[in-house]
Design a protein around this ligand. Sequence first.
Ligand code: NAD
Length: 499
Amino acid sequence: MQELSHWIDGKRVPGTSGRFADVFNPATGEVQAKLPLASKAEVDAAVARAAEAQPAWGATNPQRRARVMMKVVELLNRDMDKLAEALSREHGKTIPDAKGDVQRGLEVIEFCIGAPHLLKGEYTDSAGPGIDMYSMRQPLGVVAGITPFNFPAMIPLWKMGPALACGNAFILKPSERDPSVPLMLAEIFQEAGLPDGVLQVVNGDKEAVDAILENQTVMAVGFVGSTPIAQYIYAKGCENGKRVQCFGGAKNHMIVMPDADMDQAADALVGAGYGAAGERCMAISVAVPVGEETADRLIAALVPRIEKLKVGPYTAGNDIDYGPVVTAAAKQNILRLVESGIAQGAELVVDGRDFKLQGYEDGFFVGPHLFDRVTPDMDIYRKEIFGPVLSTVRAGSYEEAIGLAMDHEYGNGTAIFTRDGDAARDFASRINIGMVGINVPIPVPLAYHTFGGWKKSGFGDLNQHGPDAFRFYTRTKTVTARWPSGIKEGGEFNFKAMD
Ligand code: NAD
């Protein structure tokens, strides 16, 4: 049995708490590794070492820090196959999807190469007589990221790239479900020239998270995960005086207008609903066809596509559409919600409950499910299922459809499929959701824009990656400078506007 480690001061370090978590291979259901869970003392020691290492890194000029990022991009490309294999083995997603996970993180590191430009402050010449004013963006010191299981490469890279490029030291507490890739990422940063101690990976559970939140040296925390934990971390982090941004769960609606290209919409829905077994915060989990006729056409187009989906282990090759879900508990939760949907009166049009895969009977596979005639009071509509289950809510009109998405407590992503520019424009303008797709089912913004949900999908200020990340991981200092030959008139006693 492999025993994993932490990454402290530039090397793999075994845990000392005596507590471990099982890391599964979701395709077989077997435990493939033991992960040490850090104690408060281990977290505090990692933070203390990071605090020692940070000042020199923060004082390194941004161009040199950017060169480390440049090298990281090269090494991520070099190790792409190795990273994708390790990722699929612990997460379960297909190899092409795992490569996408690494790639979308890598693109944020590419953006971070622009650190020298992004960190430039503002300058006002002659803000007053003989007075210049300028602002500086300075690192916060030691900052932390707490990340979910579903993108074990992308989301840690979204956090560590900008934080490090800004000159901070970074503590990563990755998901305990798939910790191998985050450890490999730390090795890559070291090989790229990052000084020891500047990036620490501390594996753990609630004890490690609480230790981060209570540690007074940690200045900021970026979290991604489920909404109840996001709310907990936001409240506790703020209570401890930290800068905190927390991104939570989702229930993403896709509105299908009567004039939509139905084949295009159905293809998009199948990919966005069932890709990665529905374990994406940007997955579409609710289809909202407008009008009975649109709904009938959409269901007719979806059913054969869903019935053709190939579910299997990542080792079965590139024609697998999606793999297992992450744990046995996740599988049970999904199947329990499916039963609740049936009990509450939804129509199960595609039933994946009996799905079995020969040779992988103990794997955490879930067959695809499609519900029709779902209503907003049902649990399958209100809750995030995070599995291969698509719900269809039939709307009588565009207003009813947009109202459904607006009234839902989550506000991460949404999409509209239509040929009507006016409807699309109205939708993008009025919707109270952070990321909007127009004939694009999973509108994940690229690295140079920012990513973030509204309502119960996001807590705190500023989004992830893009220019917002450079704002989140720095603080602004504004300097007012006068260089006269001396203050000739004596002291100023009034709080003055600049002349
Ligand atoms: P999770 O909330 O269970 O775990 C996320 C992190 O929090 C992990 O590092 C975990 O160890 C830690 N954690 C778990 N329980 C904790 C507790 N009681 N106290 C303190 N820390 C705790 O989420 P998950 O299952 O790993 O990820 C799936 C969730 O993440 C989904 O809800 C999904 O929508 C969401 N997600 C959101 C985004 C986004 O950008 N909005 C992106 C990806 C995933």
